[in-house]
Design a protein around this ligand. Structure first.
Ligand code: SAM
Ligand code: SF4
Ligand code: SF4
Length: 371
């Protein structure tokens, strides 16, 4: 087995200034990027901290007590996040997902949710407001989140076996508490609930069937995610990726599946229904089947940088504009110009790229911009 090299990184060094273009880009809701893709989905990271240390995301050796997390003054305030979200919505965004790090660690997150839920899309609708969480604080917070205006949650859960789960979160957190969080979310009306399971070959593939059996018929949509080469710290190797096609084959052998239509263009998950009508699962094949062609997602980091791709090495710094006193029109123009130039399609190109395709700069970490 080859030795893993896990470099120490600070992805926050590399960023580009967001410039106000000479030619304004008005927010018409009709923005397209260089490949004709619209802007529909905004993922906002509200903290770079987490109480878990999943090895595929925040390995302990790197994210230890000396890791330089962002100081509070560097984080966007709730007012700054809401202002940017309003400008993204004016450009056509319809869905906002709060993420992190662990978003429920951000103090008073309910206040931000209240502010975001009062915004409107270009069609005058409330944005589809959702949040991805490791579920550890959900039992305590689900009701308040719903009351603040959150619509749905996605809970990450990599197995049902307590020992496997404790090992994967690497902080000895019990699975029962996450299951309690999922129940609390259901009781609070935060549905339909999705559960995301990252599958790592050799680590938790034996949990696929128990997870499928557990959530079948429960109304929860279980989604299997291929282990991705995000960031630069998780020591990713292709031989640890279990292709989604194998996940589907494995489940189908015991619980017959039929393929379903995609729910919306740009949806990352391929949908499969149980043949007996007792619900559905999804597979997200970011490694084995690229879905860049319809990718309509922008990511806003905790400190106000926009990333155009999960595998980007540089963000565009909107905070400098915000704090430099720019007006709404100028910031909207800057966002528009950034999106118009976007030609990212990393997953489609992955196979043909050299091992470090970031040109010397390190790719951004998942815990910094969220999933
Ligand atoms: N802490 C929250 C959570 O775990 O749900 C939100 C942030 S986390 C970065 C968002 C999602 O990214 C989670 O579902 C997590 O499983 C997924 N993720 C993190 N690293 C990944 C990797 N290397 N490959 C695939 N998915 C990954
Ligand atoms: Fe934390 Fe989520 Fe990353 Fe796990 S996947 S370390 S819970 S941010
Ligand atoms: Fe979108 Fe980048 Fe993922 Fe392709 S690789 S689907 S462009 S985030």
């Amino acid at each position: 087995m080859s030795e893993r090299v896990i470099p120490l990184v600070d992805q926050r060094v590399a960023s580009l200034p967001a410039r106000v273009p000479a030619e304004p880009v008005p927010a018409t809701g009709l923005l397209g990027d260089a490949l004709g893709r619209p802007l529909r989905d905004l993922r906002i990271s509200v903290t770079d901290r987490c109480n878990f240390r999943c090895s595929y995301c925040m390995p302990k050796e790197v994210f230890d007590k000396d890791y330089p997390y962002l100081p509070h003054s560097a984080l966007l305030t709730f007012e700054e996040i809401t202002r940017l979200a309003r400008l993204f919505l004016a450009h056509g965004v319809r869905k906002i997902r709060l993420t992190g790090g662990e978003p429920l660690l951000r103090k008073n997150i309910e206040i931000l949710i209240g502010q975001l839920s009062a915004l409107r899309t270009v069609d005058g609708e409330p944005p589809d407001l959702t949040l991805t969480t490791n579920g550890s604080l959900l039992a305590r917070k689900a009701k308040a989140l719903r009351e603040a205006g959150l619509h749905r949650v996605t809970v990450s859960l990599d197995g049902l076996d307590d020992a496997v789960f404790r090992r994967m979160n690497d902080v000895d957190f019990p699975v029962a508490e996450v299951l309690r969080g999922i129940e609390a979310a259901r009781n609070a009306g935060l549905g339909p609930i999705k559960v995301n399971m990252v599958v790592k070959r050799g680590t938790n593939e034996h949990e696929i069937l128990p997870m499928a059996r557990h959530f079948k018929g429960s109304g929860v949509v279980l989604r299997f995610i291929e282990y991705m080469d995000v960031g630069a710290t998780n020591g990713w190797r292709m031989d640890e990726v279990l292709p989604s096609a194998e996940v589907v084959r494995l489940i189908d052998r015991e619980l017959a599946l039929v393929q379903l239509e995609p729910s919306a263009p740009g949806e990352t998950a391929e949908r499969w229904g149980y043949a007996d009508g007792s619900g559905e699962i999804g597979v997200i094949s970011s490694v084995t089947q690229a879905f860049c062609r319809d990718c309509n997602r922008a990511r806003l980091s905790t400190e106000g940088k926009v990333y155009l791709c999960l595998f980007a090495s540089q963000g565009h710094d909107l905070k400098a504009l915000l704090r430099g006193g720019a007006c709404d029109e100028d910031i909207a123009s800057a966002i528009g110009a950034i999106w118009q130039r976007r030609d990212d399609r990393y997953s489609e190109l992955r196979a043909s790229l050299p091992p470090d395709a970031s040109g010397g700069t390190r790719r951004v970490e998942m815990s910094y911009i969220g999933g």
